[in-house]
Design a protein around this ligand. Structure first.
Ligand code: GH3
Ligand code: MG
Ligand code: MG
Ligand code: MG
Length: 304
């Protein structure tokens, strides 16, 4: 999940096949607190939008090759770009054109010639709304205690990675993690200290993941889950052992632990090459079964 930064300049992509139109927009918008990207064709606009994920797109309609409607349609179809507000900026000013543009999912339609102050005011409003939407999406996907991704967001990423692994026929690994004797930890040190402990474990797990594609989430309570795309069983075992060691090396005193008086975690892992006969739940259950074995085997260990 991208963390929104309140101070980050919003990025606006301007797509127009007429350089003079771009020059006018750039000249006026540079005074705004914006980062501007420009594209001179629909194809280039689409590609820059996918690459930069701008906060707003000012989109011309009449362009040779891919026109603005088609760019809009494609961006709205793709989950990665569907939330980017699109404002059509076009010389076509009939009611029908406007209705068509908006029905393609554009947030606004401004016909040329346009008033610069009104355009700026509209952009500011759309950008403010986009920022609120981003913030809400971030909150909805974040676990309040640990700041890790929450289960809801994890499930979304899991779905996407599962489908991608089916397409690429690549291996996907999953680790289920559970803190050892955590009830005893709360009982001896108190629930607030328990919360602190979960935060520290979460940070250790986050540090332990080196590939940006790997994701760790709080699954619930004192359980965490790690998704490792393009990772075979041996790779998953290496990550799991690294995470176990990192938590052990935190050396958090645990009076109720049978494992040398320190906080520890148990990990269960599973790997598969997804296909349409397998399910995400199946992989989760497999990892959970391995986690149970790690607990049975004495805790503070990895089972794959
Ligand atoms: P095991 O080694 O078998 O995992 O033993 P355990 O005591 O960790 O397992 P159990 O499932 O019996 O207990 C989990 C405990 O985790 C119980 C619950 O109070 C605690 N817990 C769950 N969520 C939180 C939380 O958000 N904060 C705190 N402080 N404790 C939590
Ligand atoms: Mg044009
Ligand atoms: Mg548990
Ligand atoms: Mg536990």
């Amino acid at each position: 999940m991208t963390q929104t930064n309140e101070l980050k300049q919003p990025t606006v992509l301007v797509v127009d096949d007429t350089p003079a139109n771009i020059d006018v927009l750039v000249a006026h918008l540079t005074q705004e607190n914006l980062e501007l990207i420009v594209a001179l064709s629909g194809e280039e606009g689409l590609s820059l939008a996918q690459q930069h994920k701008p906060d707003l797109i000012l989109l011309d309609i009449m362009m040779p090759g891919m026109d603005g409607y088609e760019v809009c349609r494609r961006l709205k179809q793709d989950a990665a770009t569907t939330d980017i507000p699109i404002v059509f900026l076009s010389a076509r000013d009939s009611e029908l054109d406007m209705e068509k543009g908006l029905s393609y999912g554009a947030i606004d339609y401004i016909s040329k010639p346009f008033s610069i102050p009104v355009l700026k005011a509209r952009l500011r409003n759309h950008l403010a709304l986009k920022q609120k939407g981003d913030r809400l999406a971030e909150l909805a996907g974040t676990d309040e205690l640990t700041s890790l991704v929450n289960r809801r967001h994890f499930n979304q990423v899991f779905r996407q990675e599962w489908m991608r692994a089916i397409r690429n026929q690549s291996e996907l690994s999953l680790l289920m993690i559970d803190v050892d004797y955590f009830k005893a930890y709360n009982d001896s040190l108190g629930h607030a200290e328990g919360d602190n402990c979960l935060k520290k474990i979460a940070q250790a797990l986050l540090q332990g993941l080196r590939d940006p594609a790997d994701i760790v989430a709080r699954f619930g309570g004192e359980e965490f889950v790690v998704l490792l795309p393009d990772t075979d069983s041996a790779g998953a075992a290496r990550v799991a052992e690294r995470l176990r060691t990192l938590v052990q090396n935190l050396k958090l005193p645990h009076p109720g632990s049978a494992n040398g008086g320190l906080v520890s975690i148990s990990l269960g892992g599973a790997t598969c090459i997804p296909n349409h006969h397998l399910t995400e739940l199946g992989l989760l259950q497999q990892a959970d079964t391995q986690l149970y074995k790690a607990k049975e085997g004495g805790r503070n260990r990895v089972c794959l």
